[in-house]
Design a protein around this ligand. Structure first.
Ligand SMILES: [Zn+2]
Length: 440
């Protein structure tokens, strides 16, 4: 069946690590500091100006003047300085339209270092090896990066499929380049896969209602029952982390109140940050691989609508009514947040939409306590974190607790208890009379 499918524009990002030498790192660092300072000068100038004098043209002129007057601001390419202005104006627009707080000064230590390359044609990406490409960074030169995804560059680029720009971003592992890519793609046919419920488990990272589960083989808990927040690190790396933390605590003990951190202490902090960033990168890698497999296999994915911040908060309780077992619950909650459930759902949302599938969220209070075989919620049915044994004498259903919850989530979707059709094609279901959750 060869039908011409409707083409839609798709925009996405791709991030790659840049192989830089120390001199290049210093150059990009200087650009990032200049970009941040431009923002701060612009903000200062904007706030001092009477409201009727504030305009894009005046701001543009002010930035050009500042770049002429201050040598160290001129290390920032003109295009990147324009991008700072554009972002600043957009930040005010977001504020006026109620999407964000008013723009503020950017702190040297707390803000993320970044430089924009707004024009795709400046990048000039060239192949140098099967696995490496080179990109041009304004005022820095040619830089290698790893080629892990086929981007529309060179002969494969045209008006509709191209890299429209990029942004350099620094994290604990160094400078990265995030490409902005625009392509024209056919609207996918609706996914023929089955529907599945997924629970972000405590013991299984992702438990699926059909009995499958995706595991990264790294136990979420330590032998003493507390959550292992460094499960993505090897034993050797864990030992290194412990040693670094002890060293940081020791060095910190010599610091007087109000004194700056020593260079040695900051170096130790950087090493700790690097290990943590490595752990995060491994977790994201696993999430990407897993969510791609799920999106390929299933047409409709049902997830629980979690509010993670509320769960962490509620364990603590209030001043007048403190929560019980705070440490245990906080440990459990932390391992939930650590699995980065929100990121998994975001990945599933766009990956399913690309393949014609749908992600559905159901409000699911008590899915871990309800029996998925007989539908009763009996006190004490969930024996511990790992197993669920139904206390209904006629049922006696026994299963992994996370798997039981995943089956309950799918059940809620099948009876039409849908919260938000999150993305992809619209969820059109037959209207059924469903009792409110509180009654059922
Ligand atoms: Zn039962």
């Amino acid at each position: 069946m060869a039908t011409d499918r409707v083409q839609v524009k798709r925009q996405f990002g791709h991030r790659a690590w840049l192989a830089l030498n120390p001199a290049q790192i210093r150059l990009i660092d200087a650009q990032a500091h200049a970009a941040r300072t431009s923002w701060n000068l612009l903000h200062d100038w904007w706030m001092m100006l009477p409201k009727d004098k504030r305009s894009l043209a005046a701001a543009d002129a002010a930035i050009r003047q500042a770049r002429q007057d201050l040598d160290w601001l001129a290390v920032l390419p003109a295009q990147a300085a324009q991008a700072v202005l554009k972002t600043y104006v957009q930040a005010w627009r977001n504020c006026w339209e109620g999407r964000a707080e008013a723009p503020a000064f950017k702190s040297r230590i707390r803000s993320v270092m970044s430089v924009d390359i707004p024009q795709g044609r400046d990048l000039n990406i060239v192949r140098v090896h099967r696995r490496w490409r080179m990109v041009n960074i304004p005022k820095v030169g040619r830089v290698r990066f790893r080629w892990t995804k086929d981007l529309p560059v060179g002969k494969r680029a045209d008006k509709e499929n191209r890299v429209t720009g990029a942004r350099l971003v620094k994290d604990a592992l160094g400078w990265h380049i995030a490409f902005r890519i625009q392509t024209l793609q056919a609207v996918p046919e609706s996914h023929q896969g089955t529907e599945v419920g997924i629970d972000a488990g405590v013991n299984l990272p992702l438990a699926l209602s059909d009995g499958n589960h995706f595991d990264h083989g790294r136990p979420a808990r330590l032998p003493d029952g507390t959550a292992d927040r460094d499960k993505w690190l090897t034993d050797h790396e864990k030992a290194t982390l412990l040693r670094l933390e002890q060293r940081a605590a020791h060095r910190k003990s010599f610091r007087q109140p109000g004194e700056r951190s020593s260079n040695r202490l900051r170096h130790t902090y950087d090493q700790i940050k690097q290990l943590r960033a490595t752990a995060t990168r491994r977790a994201v890698d696993w999430q990407h691989k897993t969510t791609t497999r799920i999106a390929e296999q299933y047409g409709t994915v049902v997830v629980e609508q979690l509010t993670i911040t509320n769960m962490v908060k509620s364990a603590r309780g209030t001043l007048h009514k403190p929560g019980s077992n705070v440490a245990q619950k906080a440990g459990l909650n932390r391992s939930i947040s650590q699995e980065a459930w929100g990121r998994t759902v975001r990945m599933l949302t766009y990956k399913l939409a690309q393949r014609g599938g749908t992600l559905v969220k159901v409000p699911a209070p008590g899915t871990s306590l309800r029996c998925s075989a007989c539908g009763l919620t009996m006190p004490g049915s969930r024996q511990n974190q790992a197993t669920f044994v139904c206390k209904n004498p006629d049922c006696g259903f026994q299963a992994n607790a996370d798997w039981n919850a995943a089956r309950n989530i799918l059940h809620l979707y099948r009876i039409g208890h849908v919260a938000v059709p999150a993305a992809g094609r619209a969820v059109v279901r037959r209207a059924r009379r469903v009792k409110p959750a509180t009654v059922r």
